[in-house]
Design a protein around this ligand. Sequence first.
Ligand code: KIV
Length: 264
Amino acid sequence: MKKVTVSSLLNMKKDGEKIAALTAYDASFAKLFDEMQIDVLLIGDSLGMVLKGEDSTLGVSIDDVAYHTQCVRNGAQRAFVVADMPFMTYSTPALAYEQAAKLMRSGASMVKLEGGEWLLETIHGLVERSVPVCGHLGLTPQSVNVFGGFKVQGREKDKADALLQSAIQLEQAGIQLLVLECVPASLAKKVSEALTIPVIGIGAGCDTDGQILVMHDMLGISANYMPKFSKNFLIETGDIRKAVQHYIDDVKSAAFPASEHWFE
Ligand code: KIV
């Protein structure tokens, strides 16, 4: 069993092997996903929506994510474990260092932050202090109130150009992974080609270096609604292990996402 690391993720991008990622929040699912050879597990602040039943991610605390990170770490042997920094836990560099330390001590191998240029100093500082960082651009759910809803981002040319620039700046500041959420497939392709680091898409077409889904969406058990970019893999298989295997196989072969799951 070879552990997935930042270096192996980078090599997967170089070799053209797609990265398969899922969110996870507890040890049992983490173990099952890990046994099926998932590459990356994210303790997403989506836990506010899928575990707590809230209508946004804003109510999630660092202690919530730290607790679930410890659960996932206890279940995962091979997968690379990334934990989300919740809303307002990285609003200044000093706060970010302190809060990121809690997630790393709980078992994360990397922390994820939502946003562009305003985060450059924070990212640089975290990396200098030995905290690997994943960026998150496009539809960043912590900004739902600024966007006026969960809307596709980067459709206008100026916004698309700005997003590409932000991605390049984040890479220069030191991120080693980028999540790109709900942007047109053509923009996601451009970003993935422009960066050396792997880009993991969700609602971002099939040309990113990997895919991630919220596990509850992939199993069709989300309490509220199923996003257009997601797919219920359990309905086709009727068995959780088979559904996860099907998801991983479809990501690896680029059969998922299909055009009905992405935005123009
Ligand atoms: O919180 C989360 O689960 C995420 C994924 C949707 C990428 O950020």
